[in-house]
Design a protein around this ligand. Structure first.
Ligand code: GRF
Length: 188
């Protein structure tokens, strides 16, 4: 599987995928890391892994479609087959989605369909749910709404803050994302 990973920030999920590949738990390779924020920690991780990285700064594009066209071009240049959105904090358009039909996966820090959008962990805490989690799903034009591939449940503990809860969710994300890539590629 030739993967292209897209990340906006820390890139710990990107690194978990690279590690699963290194450990031969996932038969794949990361062809390229795309990132949109200059200085994103994900780019430093890519360098340490010897994975090429490309900055596509959304601030330099006229609109979402123009950014996505540059993303598609970069992914195709790197021979990417599967697109892995690992903390990509931009809404994507049909320009990207239609270029890789059914071959774009995203990870989201809640048990979808609960708590869609970019404040999922905060909303779970505010709602007082006792169980939340994370979801790997296919990307469709409606945000956080495609087919669910894998989910993991995570308890919300009485003293949790945004940070402690998100840390606990991250541990499960790192576990299920490589699994979900393999399952999706097998057509499951
Ligand atoms: C993850 O919690 C993911 O679910 C959300 O953004 C976060 C990215 O974390 N979409 P990282 O950059 O992989 O550490």
């Amino acid at each position: 599987l030739k993967l292209g990973v897209m990340a906006s920030g820390s890139g710990s999920n990107f690194e978990a995928i690279a590690q699963a590949i290194a450990d031969q738990k996932l038969k794949a390779q990361v062809q390229v890391l795309l990132y949109n924020n200059p200085g994103a920690k994900a780019a430093a991780r890519a360098e340490q892994w010897g994975i090429p990285s490309v900055l596509l700064n959304h601030r330099e594009f006229a609109n979402r479609e123009a950014l996505d066209a540059a993303i598609v071009e970069t992914l195709q240049q790197h021979d990417v087959e599967w697109v892995i959105m690992a903390g990509w904090m931009r809404i994507v358009t049909p320009v990207l989605i239609n270029a890789f039909p059914r071959r774009i996966l995203n990870i989201h820090p809640s048990l979808l369909p609960s708590f869609k959008g970019n404040r999922a962990v905060e909303q779970a805490l505010a709602a007082g749910v006792k169980i939340t989690g994370c979801t790997v799903h296919r990307v469709v034009t409606e945000v956080d709404s495609g087919d669910i591939i894998v989910q993991a449940a995570v308890p919300v503990l009485p003293d949790d803050t945004l940070e402690t809860l998100h840390d606990r969710i991250h541990i499960q994300e790192h576990r299920i994302f490589p699994q979900a890539i393999a399952l999706a590629a097998q057509g499951q």
